[in-house]
Design a protein around this ligand. Structure first.
Ligand code: NAD
Length: 272
C-alpha cells in the first residue's frame, strides 16, 4: 500500500457545526481519532498544506519528502538534513488539543489514536503509546535504507552538527533517512492494518487537523463510515470527506477540541 495525494471532491463539505459534533461525541463510547499536522500547529510546528504550510510557501520542499528524490539526489539529502537541524519540532511541546485527547483516553473512550504526525507529541502529552498508531512513522528515529539498522535521530543530527552533510550508516555505509514514510514509500502493512481495524471498530471516527488528502490514511474515514461509525471532522479548511461527516467543525482545534471531548456536556452556547 502506498501513500498518495488526492484532491478530488475538495470543497464539497459544509459546516454543520459544533452542536452536532458535541452531541455525537457525548454519546460515543469508543472513539477512534485520526490526527494530522493541524493539531501540532499551535505547538509551533507548521503543517504542509494549510495557508502557512511548508509546501504552500515552498512547493520545492516536497522533494525531500519524495523517496526517489531523497535516495537519488545527494543535494536533496543535504538540504533535508540542514532543514531537520532547524526543525521547530525539537522544541515543541504538546498543546491543549493534544491534552484534550489525553482527557478522552482518561474517560476510557479512546479506542485508538491514529496519527499521521511524526512528532510524537501525542505520547509526550500523555497518551498511552500502545493506543497511538503512527501510520507515517516518527521523525525521532533514523533508519538505514540498505541494512534497516535503526537509531535515534539525535545521534545522526549530532553528526550533522559536527560537519557531516549526509551522514551514512555506521554499519554498512548506506543512505540514512528519518524513520518516516515518504511519498512513494510503502506503509508498514501491520501498522495500517491496526489503523483500519481501529476505524472499523469505533462508534465515532474523529478526524482532527488533517486535510484528508493523503492516502491510505484518509481512506480510514470512508472505511469507518462503511462500518457504521459516525464521522466528525474538526479542521480549519474544507476536506474531501466533509460530505460524509455527520458533523464538520471549521475552526481552531485549540479552541474547539477541549470542549468537544469534555464530559459532562458543556453547554453548546459556550462553544459558539
Ligand atoms: P496537512 O498539512 O495536509 O493538513 C493540515 C490541515 O490542518 C490543513 O487543512 C489546515 O487548514 C489544518 N489546520 C492547521 N492548523 C490548524 C488549527 N490550529 N486548527 C484547525 N485546523 C488547522 O496535514 P496532514 O493531513 O496531516 O498530511 C500531511 C502529512 O504531513 C502527514 O503525512 C504528516 O506525516 C506530515 N506532517 C506532520 C507534521 C507533524 O508531525 N507535526 C507536520 C507537518 C507535516
Amino acid at each position: 500500500m502506498y501513500i498518495r495525494f488526492h484532491r478530488e471532491g475538495q470543497g464539497l463539505g459544509q459546516t454543520r457545526g459544533v452542536q452536532a459534533a458535541k452531541k455525537i461525541l457525548d454519546g460515543a463510547r469508543r472513539v477512534t481519532v485520526l490526527t494530522g499536522a493541524g493539531i501540532s500547529t499551535d505547538s509551533g510546528i507548521p503543517d504542509f498544506r494549510g495557508p502557512q504550510g511548508v509546501w504552500t510557501r515552498n512547493p520545492a520542499a516536497q522533494n525531500a519528502s519524495t523517496l526517489t528524490h531523497y535516495l537519488n539526489d545527494p543535494e536533496v539529502r543535504r538540504a533535508a538534513w540542514r532543514a531537520r537541524l532547524d526543525s521547530p519540532a525539537w522544541q515543541a511541546r504538546p498543546n491543549v488539543g493534544h491534552l484534550a485527547l489525553v482527557d478522552l483516553e482518561r474517560q476510557g473512550r479512546l479506542r485508538a489514536l491514529v496519527t499521521q504526525n511524526i512528532d510524537e507529541l501525542h505520547q509526550r502529552a500523555g497518551n498511552d503509546p500502545a493506543l497511538v498508531i503512527e501510520v507515517h512513522g516518527t521523525m525521532r528515529r533514523v533508519v538505514c535504507w540498505s541494512c534497516r539498522r535503526e537509531g535515534p535521530m539525535e545521534e545522526a543530527l549530532e553528526r550533522v552538527r559536527e560537519g557531516e552533510e549526509d551522514p551514512r550508516c555506521q554499519r554498512c555505509g548506506g543512505i540514512m533517512k528519518s524513520a518516516t514514510i515518504s511519498f512513494g514509500q510503502p506503509l508498514d502493512p501491520q501498522t495500517i492494518m491496526r489503523a483500519e481495524v481501529a476505524a472499523m471498530s469505533c462508534d465515532v471516527l474523529l478526524a482532527v487537523g488533517t486535510s484528508l488528502g493523503v492516502h491510505p490514511a484518509a481512506g480510514l474515514v470512508p472505511l469507518a463510515r462503511q462500518a457504521g461509525a459516525e464521522v466528525v471532522i474538526v479542521n480549519a479548511e474544507a476536506t474531501p470527506y466533509d460530505s460524509m461527516a455527520a458533523a464538520v467543525v471549521r475552526g481552531s482545534i485549540s479552541d474547539v477540541l477541549p470542549a468537544l471531548v469534555e464530559l459532562p456536556a458543556t453547554p453548546v452556547d459556550d462553544l459558539a
